[in-house]
Design a protein around this ligand. Structure first.
Ligand code: AMP
Length: 471
């Protein structure tokens, strides 16, 4: 099926041609004709499936008729984060290059006045995060009574971020007769309830099981100690030795950890930027730009900030923390292996994380193979010192005199525990992937961030052990 069979206008088809897209993705093929027929659509699709174009392309076609009036946008797209909203604007610019439409971005963290004057000039497409949109509306600077089409994107993330009350308020400000397109990656009961209130007799379009990870992603887990400094050291070793490394997103569960890890990586001379909700908008934009254009090789991010971002060709994902919600795991690793490229997702697993990992494995229906020795199961007795599969005992477990400050030799180098033989666990591998067939080789080239570790003694032993995979 080609784009020309979907009912899109000639101008839109021309823009698709120059973007180089030959065939519609499944969500586009299934949703676009219904959107053009003015039906409500419930789209269950993750980012990376082409779902943005599935609403942008028919909207452009529909907006060719009619004109915008001051302060009364004709269409409204709600996004949970500023970055996602900005990404949708980019897609309007890309596919709408043959149109003369006014597109406005209404997000927090930037000047209110500029947004206000844009609204005054009349807007065809308003792309907004819920909070700032309501600010404008409550000040009487924006009327939503002219909205003909409403898009609620990433609805499940809206729920996670506590935006559902705002969405419900916005729902009361737009006309009852508008058309609604509702996209979500997962369908928990609360989202089903919202979908039922917002959609009238919708067409349901589901492009893949909500919890299916792309098959091009190699997933691995690595056992690590629970202390942040141990985890940071494991992460550094993994990055240095990662096969086919181009760039990576490193996910943490908390904003605070994002900031700490980012600082630590920079101190170790890694080229890293950070993205989390406490940064101001210009810092967030600068970080994303640096990562997108290759200036920065590592993006340390929280789930909320990174959700749905379209960053092409990320070679690696590192889960510095195991996500609390299994769904987040799917979203995180979905940042790699996009557009048919292969990617690797490595999760650092401390002893207390095994329950969370089991929940992920239940959701994805596949075990995550160990790169080295597995962490002991929750509830299991912690291994005695000397048996523990990690490289070092945690700070707390060390006798006082051995702890950080006291643990440094006079030469200033951290004292290392002698590498112990890790326990002989058979790795449980399920995939046959060429680059998993060997242990991650440590680069022979000395790197500046290996200061003080030039003999490689810091590298956890299990990372040097060959890993053989069964098909
Ligand atoms: P999304 O799921 O909307 O985040 O889109 C993921 C990526 O797929 C974006 O970089 C789009 O530019 C790209 N894309 C969208 N539609 C197509 C298509 N029909 N063929 C190839 N790439 C596409």
């Amino acid at each position: 099926m080609s784009f020309s069979h979907l009912g899109l206008s000639d101008k839109v088809i021309a823009a698709i041609d120059s973007a180089g897209y030959k065939i519609p993705t499944p969500i586009q093929e299934q949703a676009i004709p219904h959107v053009l027929a003015r039906r409500d659509v419930l789209g269950i699709a993750q980012t990376g499936t082409g779902k943005t174009a599935a609403f942008v392309l028919p909207m452009l076609t529909m907006l060719e008729k009619g004109r915008a009036r001051a302060r009364m946008p004709r269409t409204l797209i709600l996004e949970p984060t500023r970055e996602l909203a900005a990404q949708v604007v980019e897609q309007f610019e890309k596919y709408g290059k043959n149109h003369k439409l006014n597109v406005a971005l209404i997000i927090g963290g930037v000047s209110f006045g500029d947004q206000d004057s844009k609204l005054t000039r009349g807007v065809d497409v308003l792309i907004a995060t819920p909070g700032r949109l309501l600010d404008h509306s409550e000040r009487g600077r924006l009327l939503l009574s002219g909205v003909e089409l409403l898009v609620i994107d990433e609805a499940d993330r809206m729920l996670d971020m506590g935006f559902i009350p705002d969405i419900e308020r916005i729902g009361k400000l737009v006309p009852f007769t508008r058309q609604t397109l509702f996209f979500t990656a997962t369908m928990p009961p609360e989202i089903q309830r919202i979908a039922d209130t917002f959609l009238h007799n919708p067409v349901r379009v589901e492009v893949s099981k909500p919890a299916t990870a792309a098959t091009t992603i190699i997933q691995l887990q690595v056992a690590t100690g629970r202390e942040p400094d141990e985890k940071r050291e494991t992460l550094r070793s993994l990055i240095r030795s990662a096969d086919g490394f181009k760039n990576a997103i490193v996910f943490c569960n908390r904003k605070r950890e994002v900031a700490l890890l980012h600082r630590s990586l920079v101190r170790h001379k890694f080229n890293a930027v950070a993205l989390h909700g406490d940064l101001d908008q210009s810092a967030r934009t600068a970080a994303l730009d640096a990562f997108r254009n290759g200036e920065a090789k590592l993006l340390v991010a929280s789930d909320v900030a990174a959700r749905g971002l379209d960053i092409p060709a990320v070679s690696h994902i590192f889960n510095f923390d195991v996500p609390h919600h299994p769904d987040d795991y799917i979203h995180r690793i979905g940042r790699t292996g996009r557009a048919g490229l292969s990617g690797t997702a490595i999760t650092l697993v401390a002893p207390a994380d095994s329950k969370a990992v089991a929940a992920i494995e239940r959701l994805t229906g596949q075990p995550i193979p160990f790169m080295g020795a597995p962490a002991p199961a929750v509830g299991e007795n912690r291994p005695a010192q000397g048996e523990r599969p990690q490289t070092e005992r945690s700070q707390k477990e060390r006798p006082r005199g051995e702890r950080s400050r006291g643990g440094r030799s006079h030469g200033g180098r951290p004292q290392r525990q002698p590498d112990r033989q890790p326990q002989q666990h058979q790795p449980q591998h399920s995939q046959s992937q060429p680059h998993q067939d060997k242990a991650p080789a440590r680069s022979n080239t000395p790197q500046p961030d290996q200061a003080g570790d030039s003999d490689g003694s810091h590298l956890p032993a299990f990372l040097l052990r060959p890993v053989s995979l069964k098909a």
